[in-house]
Write a protein that binds this ligand. Structure first.
Ligand SMILES: Cc1cc2nc3c(=O)[nH]c(=O)nc-3n(C[C@H](O)[C@H](O)[C@H](O)COP(=O)(O)O)c2cc1C
Length: 265
């Protein structure tokens, strides 16, 4: 299958022709396109790894501020205790909320009753986790090794206040996330579960649910928490026709990059 990369969103005659011939058209957003171009430019610099490291963290920070940014979402993988198999890896997509470039930390918000938090709390104060950022359009993958910790609940008021009213509903379910819904509980859950964590639209709060959800939303703060991850190494892989590349960064306890190496892809 031939893949054609285009920027923009308008469907063109070329798209029609290609799709009628069964050939794929890969749409690249302006943000993906910029990311790809900047990365390729940096590769040509004499001190490429150092520049890539700075650029990558600056982009990760931008990702925490813009929903459109290719690195606004990432896959968070942690270990969890499974009744059948013992310790198992579990991954899920979350929204990147705060990035501290100096500290090399990445925060996300979640429900304190969710499995990822329960397993974090069960397994001592901190836990090894792994982040994956990937965009098909850029063929750029980041894998970040980190230590995760739950921020003290009395220290996250600022983050809660920054969370729009309609997003707060994501923390308002009466039963913990992952609880099996029964017929009688479905109506009640509609109030909170129907709210997208990305808070695309406050209209997702159904009229019927508003009264009950408002009451639950008062309690939602008790379920809100922030997981901070302190990154100690990053591996970046780029697939390209002129050669794949893999670069590894290691950070010291102060967050300084003290080791960088190209690896066999
Ligand atoms: C696009 C997208 C964004 C999401 N963002 C978050 C988020 O920021 N925080 C969160 O806890 N869950 C988020 N989720 C839901 C998680 O992927 C996951 O299903 C949920 O947190 C339960 O995970 P756990 O049971 O493994 O703890 C998101 C899901 C999607 C599809």
């Amino acid at each position: 299958m031939r893949v054609v990369i285009q920027t923009g969103t308008k469907r063109t005659l070329l798209d029609e022709v290609l799709s009628s011939r069964g050939e794929g058209v890969l749409r690249m957003s302006d943000d993906d396109s910029r990311l790809k171009q900047e990365f390729e430019k940096l590769l040509k610099q004499p001190d490429a790894p150092q520049q890539i490291d700075q650029w990558m963290w600056s982009e990760l920070s931008s990702g925490s501020h813009s929903r459109k940014h290719p690195w606004n979402l990432a896959v968070y993988c942690s270990l969890a205790e499974d009744a059948l198999h013992g310790l198992v890896p579990r991954s899920r997509t979350v929204v990147i909320r705060d990035v501290d470039v100096t500290q090399r930390s990445i925060d996300f918000y979640t429900d304190i009753r969710s499995e990822k938090v329960v397993s974090l709390r069960d397994r001592a104060a901190s836990q090894r986790i792994c982040w994956t950022f990937y965009r098909h359009e850029t063929r750029l993958q980041l894998r970040l090794d980190a230590r995760a910790e739950l921020l003290p609940l009395d220290s996250v008021n600022e983050q809660w206040h920054r969370t729009p009213q309609h997003s707060r509903g994501a923390y308002a379910s009466v039963d913990p996330p992952g609880t099996t819904l029964t017929q009688s509980s479905t109506h009640q859950h509609k109030a909170s579960v129907s709210i997208d964590p990305l808070s695309v639209s406050s209209a997702s709060l159904g009229d019927v649910a508003i009264g009950r959800a408002a009451l639950q939303i008062e309690k939602a703060k008790d379920n809100f928490c922030v997981i901070r991850t302190i990154v100690d190494s990053v591996e970046m892989v780029h697939l390209a026709p002129d050669g794949n590349r893999r670069v590894h960064f290691v950070y010291d306890a102060e967050g300084r990059c003290d080791e960088v190496s190209w690896l066999v892809p």
